[in-house]
Design a protein. Structure first.
Ligand code: 13P
Ligand code: SF4
Length: 392
C-alpha cells in the first residue's frame, strides 16, 4: 500500500480565485504566498473517548510534527483533535479497517488517520486490492462508490454521503443514454468523477492520470467523453486529426476558477523579483491554463513533481489546483518552499471532518454504508475494469 510518508472548513459556497490569498508558509512572500485553510476544529457532535493526558500530549506533538503548519495547526489545535485521531486509529486496528483518504482531505485526516492517500486512480486500485474487508473512504461520494464497485464483497463506509462533486452531480445515466441514442456505436469514456449509474452506461472509465493514454487507444474515429468539458477540450486538442471527440458540458467548480490571464500576471510579478516560477496544473483546468503551465498532472502526480522540483532547488512553485495539494507538499517536503498565488478549496471534499469518520466507525448510519444495485455494480465494474486494462 501507499502510505503517507509520515503516517502516524466546512463548505462556504463556491469559492472565487481571489478569495484565498496571503499568509504564506514562507512569511517573506507577503501577499504573494497562498493562504492555507484554517484547521477545522471539532464541532462537539460526539462524546469523546477518554485518553490520559500523556496520550493526548504525545498525539498532539505527533500531529503537529507530521502536518508541519505550526501557525494553522498549532499545539492547541492538535490537542483538541488528538482524542479523535487516537480513537479512530484504535477502532481501525480493532476492526481491521483500511482508511483511504483523497489528497484533498484535510491534513488531520491525511496525516492523522489515513492508511493510504493518493489520487483517484491509485485509490481505486488500493480499494480493490486491500486485504481488509472494511474500507472507510474519506472523500466525496463518487470515490466511495467506486471502491464499492471494484470490491463489492467488502463493506465500504462513507462518512459524508452528502459530499458530492460538481462534475458527478452534473450528469445522469439518462444523459448518457441520450448520447448513445444520438451517436449509436460510438465508444463512451467517462471521467471517474461520475456516479455508479453513469459508469454503468459507459464503455470505459478514465482518471486525470490516464485519460489521454486510454482515449487514444479506443477503437474508431469518434469518441464521446463525459462529463468534463475542459478535459474533453484537451482530448480534442490531443487527438485532432485522429479522432473526433464529442464532449459533454460539465466542469469542476474548483478548477474552472483558474485562468491563463491570472497565471500570466503572477509570472510577471515573480519575474520582476527574479523568481523562477514553476506552474503545476490539474487537467480539470481550462486549456489556456494548461498552455501557461510547466507541468500538468493528477493531484498525486502534481505533489510528486513539486517535491521533485523542490529537491532540485526549484522552490518558487504555483499549484493550480485544490488547496489540499499545497497542504501535502508542505507536509512532505524537506525544503522551505515559496508557494505562490492562490489555491481554491473544494467545499465538497472539505465536508468530512474527523468526527464524521469516528461516528461512521463507531456506529455507521445506513446511508454511510455504500450500497449499489448488483446490476449497476456489474456494468460499472466492467467500465472500471476496462480502465485498469487499458491504463497499464
Ligand atoms: P485526481 O484523480 O487527480 O485526484 O482528481 C480527482 C478530483 O476530483 C480532482 O478534482
Ligand atoms: Fe469535484 Fe472539483 Fe471537488 Fe474534485 S475538486 S471533487 S472535481 S468539485
Amino acid at each position: 500500500f501507499r502510505h503517507p510518508r509520515r503516517n502516524s472548513a466546512r463548505g462556504h459556497g463556491t469559492p472565487r480565485w481571489d478569495a484565498f490569498k496571503a499568509v504564506a508558509p514562507n512569511a517573506r512572500l507577503g501577499d504573494m504566498g497562498i493562504e492555507l485553510l484554517t484547521a477545522p476544529l471539532p464541532r462537539g457532535s460526539l462524546i469523546l473517548g477518554s485518553f490520559s493526558d500523556i496520550e493526548i500530549e504525545r498525539e498532539a506533538y505527533r500531529l503537529q510534527e507530521v502536518i508541519k503548519q505550526p501557525v494553522k495547526w498549532g499545539l492547541e489545535t492538535c490537542r483538541a483533535i488528538a482524542p479523535l485521531t487516537l480513537e479512530i486509529n484504535q477502532l481501525k486496528r480493532e476492526n481491521d479497517v483500511f482508511l483511504i483518504a483523497h489528497s484533498y482531505q484535510t491534513p488531520d485526516i491525511i496525516y492523522g488517520v489515513a492508511d493510504s492517500v493518493a489520487d483517484s486512480y491509485a485509490l481505486s486500485k488500493e480499494a480493490r486490492d486491500a486485504p481488509q474487508q472494511t474500507i472507510l473512504f474519506s472523500s466525496v461520494r463518487f470515490m466511495a462508490e467506486t471502491a464499492k464497485i471494484v470490491s463489492p464483497h467488502k463493506v465500504v463506509l462513507h462518512p459524508s454521503p452528502e459530499a458530492g462533486c460538481s462534475l458527478s452531480d452534473g450528469i445522469t445515466a439518462q444523459d448518457v443514454r441520450d448520447l448513445k441514442q444520438a451517436y449509436p456505436g460510438v465508444p463512451i469514456a467517462c471521467y471517474i468523477n461520475t456516479s455508479a449509474a453513469v459508469k454503468a452506461e459507459c464503455d470505459v472509465c478514465v482518471t486525470s492520470s490516464n485519460y489521454l493514454r486510454i482515449c487514444e487507444k479506443l477503437p474508431g474515429e469518434r469518441l464521446i467523453f463525459v462529463p468534463d468539458r475542459f478535459m474533453g477540450k484537451h482530448l480534442q486538442n490531443a487527438l485532432a486529426g485522429k479522432k473526433e471527440v464529442v464532449v459533454f458540458d460539465g466542469e469542476c467548480e474548483v478548477h474552472a476558477i483558474f485562468t491563463g490571464d491570472k497565471i500570466r500576471s503572477w509570472r510577471n510579478r515573480t519575474a520582476n523579483l527574479v523568481m523562477e516560477l514553476m506552474v503545476l496544473s490539474h487537467p480539470e483546468c481550462d486549456a489556456d491554463v494548461l498552455e501557461e503551465s510547466d507541468f500538468v498532472g493528477s493531484s498525486e502526480v502534481l505533489m510528486e513533481e513539486a517535491l521533485r522540483l523542490a529537491s532540485e532547488g526549484k522552490r518558487d512553485l504555483m499549484l493550480i489546483t485544490e488547496c489540499g495539494t499545497a497542504d501535502r507538499v508542505i507536509a512532505e517536503s524537506d525544503e522551505e518552499l515559496n508557494l505562490i498565488g492562490a489555491c481554491v478549496m473544494c467545499r465538497h471534499m472539505k465536508v468530512t471532518q474527523l468526527e464524521d469518520i469516528l461516528q461512521a466507525l463507531r456506529n455507521p448510519r445506513p446511508e454511510q454504508i455504500v450500497e449499489i444495485e448488483s446490476d449497476v455494480i456489474d456494468r460499472a465494474g466492467h467500465c472500471l475494469n476496462e480502465m485498469f486494462r487499458l491504463a497499464g
